[in-house]
Design a protein around this ligand. Structure first.
Ligand SMILES: *[C@@H]1O[C@H](CO)[C@@H](O)[C@H](O)[C@H]1NC(C)=O
Ligand SMILES: *[C@@H]1O[C@H](CO)[C@@H](O)[C@H](O)[C@H]1NC(C)=O
Ligand SMILES: *[C@@H]1O[C@H](CO)[C@@H](O)[C@H](O)[C@H]1NC(C)=O
Ligand SMILES: *[C@@H]1O[C@H](CO)[C@@H](O)[C@H](O)[C@H]1NC(C)=O
Ligand SMILES: *[C@@H]1O[C@H](CO)[C@@H](O)[C@H](O)[C@H]1NC(C)=O
Ligand SMILES: *[C@@H]1O[C@H](CO)[C@@H](O)[C@H](O)[C@H]1NC(C)=O
Ligand SMILES: *[C@@H]1O[C@H](CO)[C@@H](O)[C@H](O)[C@H]1NC(C)=O
Ligand SMILES: *[C@@H]1O[C@H](CO)[C@@H](O)[C@H](O)[C@H]1NC(C)=O
Ligand SMILES: *[C@@H]1O[C@H](CO)[C@@H](O)[C@H](O)[C@H]1NC(C)=O
Ligand SMILES: *[C@@H]1O[C@H](CO)[C@@H](O)[C@H](O)[C@H]1NC(C)=O
Ligand SMILES: *[C@@H]1O[C@H](CO)[C@@H](O)[C@H](O)[C@H]1NC(C)=O
Ligand SMILES: *[C@@H]1O[C@H](CO)[C@@H](O)[C@H](O)[C@H]1NC(C)=O
Length: 692
């Protein structure tokens, strides 16, 4: 028996290291699809149970020591800060022993280093205070308090948080002693965290995509987006409780059916937000590959469609209503999911509801201007929404274009033609009524407003409302840089704020029209700034921040000057992950499950890039190198047999004409300016281009 006991003990760490969340069935992948040295950039822990990386005293935050497992608190109010080194989330267990009298062990959480202390950063949605005089830009956060484990006498104690108090996102855990008796001391013997996110995966590092380049910072940015998305895939019974609690927090809300669902943020709101998914889902597809969380999110939106055909702005338990833009994002999200999976059973299931949703929103197009007149005015936080808002019309254009593809896939070609015709008419009306020729970019609506928003202009490029070869598109791209600060693009429609969500559209817009250097510049100044910020998580992407470099996003616009409320792991800011794969690596799917694809690498200042992702048809992978100091390049890519693609070979970085060798055969000439377009089938392809 003794021998058996020992063997079992020895197995415990191994067995517990590869588990799914609690009683969840393991339906996720068990291993990465692309093993290799790039996995060193993967932030995700190797085990579902983790311990902190380092410890420091709250009084002297400079003296950091490695997590040793033993530390002492002595006297009332003493505190140690446990730093996990990356964003984490879940259920903490602390084993400790005490001498002396009674007291309590306190636990307080924060994502950003700014709010370490005896109270947690904000997450419950109530905000610090409605006291108007506090709105004078004073940070009033951290009113959620802490968890407490009370002990009455000396001895050994073990505390595990209960499930409703799951903390969805934090990096720092402050442990502190409260006691009335001066002789009480507390030894912390063991701190562990059971990770709650990505519940159906036994191996949290089993990514189904990868990206690796000669730029170490871009690689980290790609992986910080991917890891953020993992922290946003949560057990479906751990949504934030609504109505908002006035103190403390509860993550016991039901979000959807199934075991896992994608929400907007790790800490908060912990609800399905379809607009956020417009960035989060394309990035999910090329990186972690978890589309089970996505379909559960979409199904909950369809399950809560209103009688008039509209969708809620957010999923349950929040179920906020009244957003035309987020209504349309559920529809665009439907397209994205079917594009990535060819889940035709899902499409058939929702197809009637989808068409009802289309009629609901298209009815709002008014004459004579022929633009969507927004009446559901909630949106991503822009200062003004309503009327013939240009951003909403860009989103309607995208809804119609993607709706046309869905109609084709659903076998309804006449409806597909109707949607395409509506889209073309709408694009003309948008340009005619909202393009400001004198300024060279779109206005915020069809009035004489002087506001030229970041969102609509970025989307005009990305969604193709302007042809990507037009001089208007080049002008819009250039005008967008007027908003740039050293740490990112200020959104004129949310003054003083930098939105990595809207900037995720902007970078893709620049890439779409071939402004590679501009897109890379913005990625580095904005996402690079946050990743290197010592107060941030250094592993995830932030919801937003201010142009003055503080984290107080939306302080005057809904967040009540509570900077600690801002989420530091928000999937809507993960745009560089899909952008680097789709435009820099250059590989993108354009037909269901990748039956059709596009390969069109962009070099920028990079010299060596590789990456890939999976669909149910198989592996999509590409590698390219700039050679001979920019005087040549070689590219290889592999796509499943039976698929077809369009290939755009860029011109040589040095600008001269290039001689193309394709799979060992001479294949013509790449012009100094234009590049070369070609069709291709499945399998491995290799191309070498050298000066003519
Ligand atoms: C787990 O899988 C089993 C067997 O397929 C099924 O009966 C059970 O309902 C699943 N549990 C959950 C929580 O989905
Ligand atoms: C113990 O410390 C806490 C936190 O600093 C403080 O609020 C409380 O008043 C102190 N209690 C005593 C008895 O000093
Ligand atoms: C980090 O936060 C602290 C405390 O709020 C602040 O004093 C410091 O300036 C911040 N550092 C940076 C780089 O923002
Ligand atoms: C509001 O906050 C200010 C500044 O802290 C304070 O002086 C004032 O008493 C508060 N008012 C109320 C009603 O709490
Ligand atoms: C606490 O646990 C330690 C071993 O971990 C043991 O030596 C000690 O006797 C225990 N103390 C009490 C009061 O149970
Ligand atoms: C969730 O927690 C809150 C706060 O404790 C509580 O009021 C609510 O009833 C709980 N909901 C469920 C479904 O347990
Ligand atoms: C157009 O939208 C505005 C609000 O954004 C609304 O007040 C107005 O009634 C709408 N017009 C029509 C005809 O629906
Ligand atoms: C047009 O846009 C401007 C800038 O956002 C805004 O102030 C104004 O209210 C809008 N007008 C209408 C009619 O929507
Ligand atoms: C939107 O444009 C239409 C003209 O197509 C106009 O009738 C309507 O009043 C505009 N909406 C607002 C709120 O200005
Ligand atoms: C997509 O699914 C449909 C129905 O199952 C099937 O007929 C079609 O061949 C699939 N397409 C691809 C590219 O797998
Ligand atoms: C091409 O790039 C890959 C990495 O992307 C690298 O391993 C390989 O050595 C490079 N080959 C050449 C010829 O530069
Ligand atoms: C272009 O490449 C082909 C195939 O390698 C070769 O036969 C031909 O001589 C090259 N032409 C020039 C001008 O380099």
């Amino acid at each position: 028996m003794a021998g058996l006991g020992l063997a079992a003990l020895a197995l415990v760490p191994l067995a517990s290291s590869l588990t799914c969340w609690r009683d969840t069935n393991c339906t996720g992948p068990t291993d990465t699809a692309f093993p290799g040295p790039w996995e060193a950039n993967n932030f995700s822990p190797a085990s579902r149970t983790v311990s902190p990386a380092t410890v420091f005293s709250l009084d002297d935050t400079s003296a950091t020591t490695p997590y040793r497992g033993t530390s002492q608190l002595e006297g009332n109010g003493t505190a140690l800060v446990y730093d996990f080194g990356i964003e984490v989330g879940g259920i903490v267990t602390v084993k400790y022993s005490t001498t002396g009298g009674s007291g309590s062990l306190g636990l307080a959480f924060t994502e950003a280093r700014n709010w370490i202390g005896l109270a947690s950063d904000s997450s419950n949605g109530a905000f610090g205070s409605s006291n108007a005089s506090l709105r004078n830009n004073i940070d009033q956060g951290c009113n959620e308090g802490a968890l407490h484990d009370y002990f009455t006498s000396a001895g050994n104690h073990s505390y595990t948080m209960d499930l409703p108090h799951l903390r969805g996102g934090f990096r720092y855990l402050t442990l502190f002693l409260l006691t009335n008796s001066s002789g009480t001391a507390l030894d912390i013997n063991d701190v562990t965290l059971e990770i709650g996110f990505q519940p159906t995966w036994s191996n949290l590092r089993a990514y189904q995509g990868y990206f690796h380049s000669d730029d170490a910072e871009l690689n980290k940015i790609w992986y910080s987006g991917a890891y953020t998305l993992q922290t946003n895939n949560v057990p479906t019974d751990t949504g934030r409780w609504i109505p908002a609690l006035t103190s403390g927090w509860a993550n016991n809300g039901t979000l959807s059916n199934g075991s896992t669902v994608i929400v907007d943020g790790a800490k908060r709101d912990r609800a399905v937000w379809p607009g956020d998914m417009g960035i989060a889902v394309p990035s999910t597809f090329v990186s972690i590959g978890d589309l089970e969380s996505v379909v559960n999110a979409l199904l909950t939106m369809y399950a809560h469609q209103n009688k008039d055909g509209s969708f809620p702005e957010a999923g349950p338990p929040l179920l906020q209503q009244g957003s035309d833009t987020y209504h349309m994002w559920t529809m665009i999200g439907t397209y994205n999911y079917v594009l990535y999976t060819n889940d035709t059973a899902f499409l058939q299931h929702i197809w009637g509801q989808y068409q009802f949703a289309m009629e609901y929103v298209y009815k709002k197009v008014l004459q004579p201007d022929g633009l969507l007149n927004v009446t559901g005015t909630r949106d991503w936080a822009r200062n003004q929404q309503g009327g013939n808002n240009t951003e909403a019309n860009m989103i309607l254009y995208r809804t119609l274009i993607t709706g046309s593809s869905l109609a084709t896939w659903a076998g309804n070609s006449s409806l597909a033609s109707t949607y395409t015709a509506r889209a073309e008419t709408l694009a003309g009306n948008i340009i005619k009524n909202t393009y400001d020729t004198a300024y060279g970019a779109f206005k915020d609506n069809n009035t004489d407003t002087t506001l030229h928003p970041q969102d609509a202009n970025s989307m005009a490029l990305l969604f193709g409302v302007l042809s990507n070869t037009s001089s208007q598109a080049q002008s819009v791209s250039e005008r967008l840089t007027d908003n740039w600060t050293p740490i990112g693009a200020e959104a004129p429609e949310l003054v003083n704020n930098i939105s990595p969500f809207i900037s995720s559209f902007e970078i893709q817009g620049h890439f779409t029209i071939g402004q590679t250097d501009r897109a890379l510049d913005l990625i580095r100044r904005s996402w690079g700034w946050y990743l290197n910020n010592p107060n941030g998580t250094q592993s995830t992407v932030i919801e937003g921040y201010l142009t003055n470099g503080s984290f107080g996003y939306r302080n005057y616009r809904g967040y009540n000057y509570d900077s600690s409320y801002v989420s530091h792991a928000h999937g809507w800011s993960s745009g560089p992950t899909s952008a680097l794969t789709n435009y820099i690596l250059g590989l993108e799917v354009t037909g269901p499950a990748g039956s059709e694809w596009r390969f069109a690498p962009q070099f920028g200042d990079l010299t060596s890039v590789q990456g890939g992702f999976m669909t149910k048809l198989g592996v999509f992978q590409a590698l390219w190198n700039v050679t001979d100091g920019g005087r040549g390049y070689e590219a290889s890519w592999k796509v499943p047999e039976g698929t077809t693609g369009s290939v755009t070979l860029p011109s040589l970085p040095a600008g001269c004409d290039g001689n193309v060798t394709w799979n060992g055969r001479h294949h013509g000439r790449v012009g100094g300016r234009g590049g070369m377009k070609s069709g291709a089938g499945g399998g491995w392809h290799n191309v070498r281009v050298v000066p003519w």
